[in-house]
Design a protein around this ligand. Structure first.
Ligand code: GLV
Length: 394
């Protein structure tokens, strides 16, 4: 044999315990981690299927939906994004992408690969889309699908008018896809009431489960569009009708679609149980209160938030402008080396311009906010020559 067993694999596995306060993943609770240490089950074993049924109930609660076609895709939030788009879109379909940062462009990239005629609706930088902007674009483009990211983690912008956008989509006979990967649990979301046709989220944000399994739900209207497609969904793996049969969404017998990671199911099941136990309203309230505390602390320090309008600020991810004379990489490295504490840089249009601070699930507490402010202040002062307001000292 030319290739010998690698020496690195003889060493013990090393995983440091970091405080994950970037845009996600966030830290898992001990209950979630313990759950994942349970034995692996077969993907069609009755106990595994029972856990999947329980997860479906948890997702319906989190999305506030009665949709039968509620399931998970085995993949990160990107997988759910791809599943949403490739199921709805056929060659030449017009798809309009709301852009408040990075994610509208990422979704459009996927849609293009599935042959859609992609159009953009860009917000004023740092602001959410207004209803006038959305209506103008809908009138002009007459899309079959409108994509909106409820919480853009690159800018920390929240789109709070999804309910009104839903009504508009109904008027224009357009399917509404909403990305709630970074926002669900940190802000209100009412899938049925707001007439959202496809919603998906990430397990690794407010829910505090590991990434790799992503909740997604399709309205009746979305499912009938999928069923009446003139061409097959181009991806077998993301085909909602097949995944839905495995998740027992439509009655009939379950099929073997893929081998699901049972350990991820245990983690997600427990994270949804914790979430449901705390109650949606109280989780949202806590995230909002923590984000107000963080915003005040940041401004007291003399730093500036990227998003100027309070109502456009996402509770789960806050973007803070990097002041002149500060190198975000050095700040981030300082916090990580000294405290195993994550302070993230920007993404896409905000790369090198902002710090991104995540307050999600376990990390959305007043204590963690104060810890973030203390470490951020110390890291900036120790890696640059700038001064910060005294007022911010915790
Ligand atoms: C991932 O979700 C990110 O915003 O970096």
């Amino acid at each position: 044999m030319e290739i010998q067993p690698p020496l690195v694999l003889k060493r013990q596995l090393l995983v440091p315990n970091k405080t994950l306060m970037g845009p996600g993943p966030s830290n898992c609770s001990q209950r979630v981690l313990d759950a994942m240490a349970n034995p692996v089950l077969g993907h069609l074993h009755p106990e595994c299927l029972q856990i999947m049924d329980e997860i479906k109930e948890g997702i319906k609660y989190a999305f506030q939906t009665k949709n039968d076609a509620t399931m998970c895709v085995s993949g990160s939030g990107h997988g759910a994004m791809e599943a949403a788009l490739c199921n709805l879109l056929e060659e030449g379909d017009i798809a309009l992408f709301g852009v408040t940062g990075f994610w509208g462009h990422r979704a459009a990239d996927m849609a293009k690969r599935y042959g859609a005629d992609v159009r953009f609706l860009e917000s004023r930088f740092g602001h959410a889309l207004t209803m006038e902007e959305v209506e103008f674009a809908m009138e002009g483009h007459k899309p079959q699908v409108l994509f909106i990211c409820q919480g853009d983690s690159s800018t920390g912008i929240v789109q709070s008018n999804i309910g009104e956008i839903g009504k508009l989509c109904e008027k224009y006979n357009c399917l509404l896809v909403v990305d709630t990967v970074a926002s669900l649990g940190g802000t209100e979301f009412f899938m049925d009431e707001w007439k959202v046709d496809v919603a998906y989220t990430g397990s690794q944000k407010v829910l505090c489960a590991p990434p790799g399994i992503s909740p997604i739900s399709f309205s009746k209207k979305a499912m009938s569009r999928i069923i009446s497609r003139s061409s097959k969904v181009k991806s077998y793996y993301w085909d909602a009708t097949l995944i839905g049969q495995y998740w027992n969404c439509f009655g009939g017998s379950r099929i073997y679609h893929h081998t699901i990671a049972s350990t991820l199911l245990y983690g997600l099941r427990e994270s949804l149980a914790l979430f449901a136990g705390m109650g949606l309203k109280s989780v949202i309230r806590r995230h909002k209160e923590c984000s107000f505390r963080l915003q005040k602390g940041i401004e007291d320090m003399g730093l500036e938030l990227l998003v100027p309008v309070q109502d456009d600020r996402l509770a789960t991810v806050t973007a803070v402008k990097i002041p002149k004379g500060v190198d975000w990489r050095k700040v981030s490295e300082y916090a990580m080396k000294k405290y195993f504490f994550e302070i993230s840089g920007g993404l896409g249009p905000t790369a090198d311009h902002v710090f991104r601070i995540g307050l999600m699930g376990e990390n959305a507490t007043a204590e963690k906010v104060d810890l973030m402010l203390t470490i951020l202040r110390e890291a900036i002062l120790n890696t640059s020559n700038i001064t910060l307001n005294e007022k911010s000292k915790i």
